[in-house]
Design a protein around this ligand. Structure first.
Ligand code: COI
Length: 354
């Protein structure tokens, strides 16, 4: 069924206010946004309108009980100047998986996809082309009932807005192994991209920053003996530049799309990969013996975030210099060049928008 989206274009583009040479992540928003509302049991009135404030009631249920989920996606410009999306259906499916976990309605895939494509097409001039940059896309859904009783909302909104961005982490990061706080445990919502999963990371990350770290590594909720993910990325560890270790998605970590893309690239290149429970002690032993040749986080925003040092119980274990990282440098170049259409896309990950 054809989807009809009402389009109201801005009369005053703000693009001249954007300094494309010096973009700070998440601070500048493109001219338009896509919105569709869930009312009377169905998604209604999809529209693209000028980006701007939305009006909400103090009793908006998302604010009180956290029925709020989101995705992170990116659009790039290929060498012919056409916008392209990276594995958009994966994000669409993951948002709906998060929706189910949070008791929220799923959004029809074609409605999400059509809104996304039309929005990116309209704001294509906002896609930056400087090395490492992209147009970050933020789809999110939240409960909109004006009601303070605890029950699933009846009404919801789904919005996508865009911001031109550079790398999320401009330099390798120092991470602290978090052993006091827990992100997720069995039966919780660790696999969902739920706002609350990020909310609970704020205090531990603030504490880690006071100790000189950039990020935390979450450990499992039962024993604190196994690594799970960082506050913003999935995690990979490389032993002797040969063996790749990454935590197995067990319901408690986000099933990252960049993570999956890295695994497919590494498998194709012939790397030995182990997706399993990874103990902190084996990582620290490998770092002590100089066998931990690389470690990095993967995510849409960060793409590949190299880890400079891992802090455990007050001791920092340094990793090799960033420029000597065989695996993370190779992965970053391959993924980013596929995303920007500079090299062939053997997996058909990229979707071009005309
Ligand atoms: C992303 O990588 O897109 C995320 O959603 C992580 C967020 C912390 C920026």
């Amino acid at each position: 069924m054809a989807i009809s989206i009402k389009i109201t274009k801005t009369t005053q583009s703000r693009i001249h206010l954007c300094d494309f040479e010096n973009i700070e992540f998440g601070k500048i928003f493109s001219d338009h946004m896509f919105r569709v509302d869930y009312m009377d049991g169905k998604w209604q009135n999809p529209e693209i309108l000028p980006y701007g404030d939305i009006s909400i009631s103090p009793s908006l249920s998302a604010l009180h009980y956290g029925q709020s989920i989101f995705e992170g996606m990116k659009a790039f410009k290929n060498p012919e100047g056409k916008p392209q999306l990276f594995r958009p259906m994966e994000n669409i499916k993951r948002l709906n998986k998060s929706a189910v976990r949070m008791g929220m309605p799923e959004i029809p895939e074609e409605l999400f996809y059509e809104g996304l494509k039309q929005l990116v097409s309209l704001d294509r001039n906002w896609i930056p082309t400087k090395d490492g940059s992209a147009l970050y896309l933020r789809p999110f859904m939240f409960a909109t009932d004006d009601f303070v009783g605890v029950r699933p909302s009846i009404n919801y909104s789904f919005i996508i807005f865009c911001c031109p961005v550079n790398s999320y982490y401009p330099k390798p990061i120092k991470v602290k192994v978090e052993k006091k706080y827990v992100r997720a445990s069995d039966g919780m919502a660790g696999y969902a991209k739920a706002a609350g999963n990020y909310g609970i990371s704020m205090l531990p990350t603030m504490e880690a920053k006071k100790e000189g770290y950039d990020q935390i590594i979450w450990t499992d909720g039962r024993s604190h003996n196994h690594v799970e993910e960082s506050g913003t990325t999935n995690l990979f560890f490389v032993i002797n530049d040969e063996l790749i270790l990454t935590p197995k998605p067990d319901g408690n970590i986000l099933e990252g799309i960049t993570r999956d893309s890295c695994l497919q690239l590494l498998r194709k290149e012939g790397y030995k990969i182990e997706e399993r429970n990874i103990s902190i002690s084996e990582i620290i032993e490998a770092a002590k013996n100089k066998q931990l040749t690389d470690a990095f986080g993967t995510g849409t925003a960060a793409i590949i975030a190299k880890i400079a040092a891992i802090g455990l119980d007050g001791t920092d274990y340094e990793l090799p210099e960033a420029e000597n990282r065989k695996v993370s440098n190779w992965l970053y170049n391959n993924i980013y060049q596929i995303q920007t259409g500079k090299i062939a896309d053997p997996f058909s990950w990229v979707e071009t928008i005309d």
